[in-house]
Design a protein around this ligand. Structure first.
Ligand code: SF4
Ligand code: SF4
Length: 168
């Protein structure tokens, strides 16, 4: 019985000690934490100039939620090139595994760090081609080690030249 009382006293003492510690919570959205450069939000960063329309990202997605439609565009220097007509990503079903990013051979697709996209309608969670074009070009460094090697912190915009492992 005495042991039981001692355990309770220790527990209460521990609880009491938290009154004098700095709180762990952050008053979002007034205050914001500095995110890791590998943070995966629920957006993507897409560089149209780097994209060949190969659809490797769509094939790699385990959930099949990337839809790409292209049409051939003849080019004198390299033969056929492809215009991307549709590039939809259904983030309402996405598990943010980044396998699509890993599969992109041209560093055209990256995870994005935006996360304030709550919606009452599931269809609003589909990122369309126009939205991909308009989203901030702040690629996260998941599966993009060259960005970390260059000291990039994931919080500034990069153009299509700086986002890839080689120049266009
Ligand atoms: S992050 Fe994963 S689930 Fe989401 S689109 Fe890419 S491959 Fe598919
Ligand atoms: S984002 Fe990458 S993998 Fe997807 S179609 Fe474009 S080049 Fe291919």
């Amino acid at each position: 019985m005495a042991l039981y009382g001692l355990g309770m006293a220790k527990g209460l003492l521990l609880t009491f000690s938290y009154l004098f510690r700095k709180p762990f919570t952050t008053q979002y959205p007034e205050k914001r934490l500095t995110m890791s450069p590998r943070f995966r939000g629920n957006t993507f960063v897409w560089y149209e100039e780097r994209c060949t329309g190969c659809a490797s990202c769509a094939k790699a997605c385990p959930l099949g939620i990337i839809r790409i439609v292209t049409h051939p565009r003849p080019r004198a220097d390299v033969g056929n090139d492809y215009n991307v007509d549709v590039f939809d990503i259904d983030t309402g079903r996405c598990m943010f595994c980044a396998l699509c990013v890993e599969a992109c051979p041209y560093d055209a697709l990256h995870m994005g760090g935006e996360f304030e996209r709550a919606s009452y309608r599931r269809e609003d969670l589909v990122i369309t081609l126009d939205q991909l074009r308009a989203l901030p070009k702040k690629p996260q460094t998941q599966f993009r080690p060259h960005l970390e090697t260059a000291g990039y912190k994931g919080d500034t915009e990069l153009d299509e030249h700086d986002a890839g492992r080689w120049s266009l």
